[in-house]
Each structure stands twice: as structure tokens, then as C-alpha cells.
Ligand binder design. Sequence first.
Ligand code: EPU
Length: 362
Amino acid sequence: MTTFGLPAECGRLVEYDDYLADLPELDREGLLADAFVIGGGSNLLFASDVSARTFLHPVQSRVEERKTNAGIEVTATAGVCLDDLCSRLASRNLWGTENLSGIPGHIGGAAVQNVGAYGAEFKDVVVSLECYSPAIHDFVTLRKEECRYGYRDSIFKHLPPGERLIVCSATLHLSEEPIFNLRYQGLVGALGSRLGLPENLRDKEEAVRKALLDNGALSPLLFRETVTAMRDSKLPDPAHAGSAGSFFKNPVIGPDEFDRITERWREIAGDPQARVAMHPLHPEPCPRTEQRFKLSAAWLIDKAGCKGMTSGGAALWPQQPLVLVNASGTATAADVVTLERAVIARVRDVFGITLSPEVIHI
Ligand code: EPU
């Protein structure tokens, strides 16, 4: 039930279909107390013995659409596959989820993890979430602002055990008007090539925007296909090598640490002009005390010389070393954890920065 494809056995697995009827009943039976909800299993590593634990698995896959004054609202139950939803909405010519195409997992997990790729995050389209609270034995609705979304973060990751919430459905806002997202430079480049634009335009984003609007090719499906092709070229196909996508988060640091890492990299590279791969999170100009930089964990792992590292059946994916894969198909969680620790240690030795995992360890 996980995309890593590592062996693990739980005590009890409860699949439920109609959450409105089933969750209150499971609650009355005392089955929700310390159960763990597993959705698409695309961000989980079973690193401990779970043979005494209960797991819940929502299987209901229902999508409802309605028109509002501001556009279209779509409500999808937790068991809906995120990429199926992205495909359906792009085919319906609705804008908002096209850049999230190809992300493995289901709606429940996407809402908890605030999944993101290619300049977009799940939170960008969320209106509200319907959840079940075992603490009050009732359903509650959280508005987007109440979910406290951050980079791969939400309130759901910080609730004390007694106040946990189970995500039942998410309501998303989509647009019939073309509101497209060109924040990710790699996507701008890929769209530019598809549209036949010359490689070295000065303001590529503006040129791509204009070409999209001018040549009649603009559609969410075009974005979906471009994103999917980019993912396929970098990320392992879960059918061939199990993984949980990016294993580590991209570290966010302040200016002093950024200067220190730049100095360290220039020393290693033997080049006083060498640059560290990063994305500024602050607008320019910005007072130094408020500057924040998102470093590329893939770059740090690569430059620390981790490429090619393995542990038992686990390895780093060659095209994207941020992804740890079950390369042999027979890796164990212990192999993955050993490799994880080795990567963290090497990046810390070389750059003095400690990577933290994005993948949830159970
Ligand atoms: N890079 C290297 N060496 C390599 C490969 C990549 O140095 O061998 C560096 C390059 O500098 C490249 C940079 O890594 O420019 C960034 O790579 P990429 O554009 O693939 O993005 P990322 O920051 O590594 C994030 C998300 C991915 C998401 C991509 C695309 C995180 C932890 N990961 O990766 O999300 O698909 O952006 O938007 O934020 C996931 O969360 O599971 C996931 C796959």
C-alpha cells in the first residue's frame, strides 16, 4: 500500500467507503483512538514495528462540481487519486491543478502534506476541508486559513494525539478563465521549447506568456502534458522503482548561513564566483534581516558527493538524488534509513547543514 514497496505488516487495516456513515460508527467501536490513516501511501516509510497498530484507509472516490460566482468549486473525497482529479479538471478546461499533475497520492494526503511541484502547492486551490474529529465525535469544516499551510506543512502535522483530525474531503476552487502559473523557471523553458521559441530570449517568461495567449495553444492540458513530461524525465516511475518522491525538504535559511554556505562552496569548487543553487523567498529589495533563501536539497546532496551511494537494496535516483529508491525491489526500511542517515551525515560534513526528511517515518 505504499509507493516505496517496502515490506511492512500492520495489526489491522480498516477500509471505509462512506465516511459520513462509517467514521462515526468506527468511532463508536473505539477504532479511531490511535489509528493511522493511510491514503495513497506515497510519502510514508514504515521504519518501525506496526504489527499492533490499526490503519484506516478511505476508499471512497467521489467528485462533485458546482458553479459559484467566483468560478467552479469541486469537492473530492479523501480517497480520490490526486492525479486522476488533475486529469479530469484539465480535460474539463478548468485551471488550478494542472501544475500538480503527476504527483502520486490521494486527496487526503495532499491536504495534510500540502503537496507541491512546478510552482504550485495544493493550498493554492483549497477553499476548505471537511474533517472528522474523534475528540468531539463529530465532523468539522476547516477554512483554508485555519489549515495553517506552509511548505509541506499544515495544522494536521502539529495536532496533539488527542485532537487529531481525519480529512474526509477537500473543496477546491478552479477557474474557467486561463489563470496560469509560470513561477517555475524549468516549466517556462519547457513550454518555450514546445511553442518553438528560441532558446536564449531575454525575458523568456514574458515571451512564453505572450506566445501562449497568441497562438491558441493555451489550455490546462498543455500545462499538464508539459509537467508530466518533465516529471517523467527526472523522477522514477513508481512501477519500476519504488520511492516516496523527494525524501528531504529543501532547507530554508537566512542570509548569514547563506553566505557561509556560498563561501564553503567556492572553496570546494575552487571558483570565487561559484553560486549555490537557491530560490529567494523574499521580494527584492529586502532588508538583510528579513531575507530567506530556499536551498536545493538535490543540489546539496549532489555537490556533497552523495550520488551513487547505496545501502542494501536502497539507492539515490541518478537523475534526481533527492529521491531515495527501492532500487533492487527487495530493499528494507532499514536499508532506506541507513542511506538516509549517510546522506544527512555527508551533507552535514561538507556544508554544515542538516537535511530533514519530508517523508513521514512511522
Ligand atoms: N540538482 C542537482 N543535481 C541533480 C539533480 C538536480 O544539483 O542531479 C539540482 C539542480 O540545481 C536543480 C535543482 O536540483 O535545478 C532542483 O531540482 P528540481 O527542479 O527537480 O526541484 P527540487 O527542488 O529538487 C522540488 C520538490 C519536488 C517537485 C520539484 C518540481 C521538494 C522537497 N521537492 O524538488 O517534489 O516535484 O520541486 O517542482 O520540495 C516531492 O515532494 O515528493 C517532490 C517530488
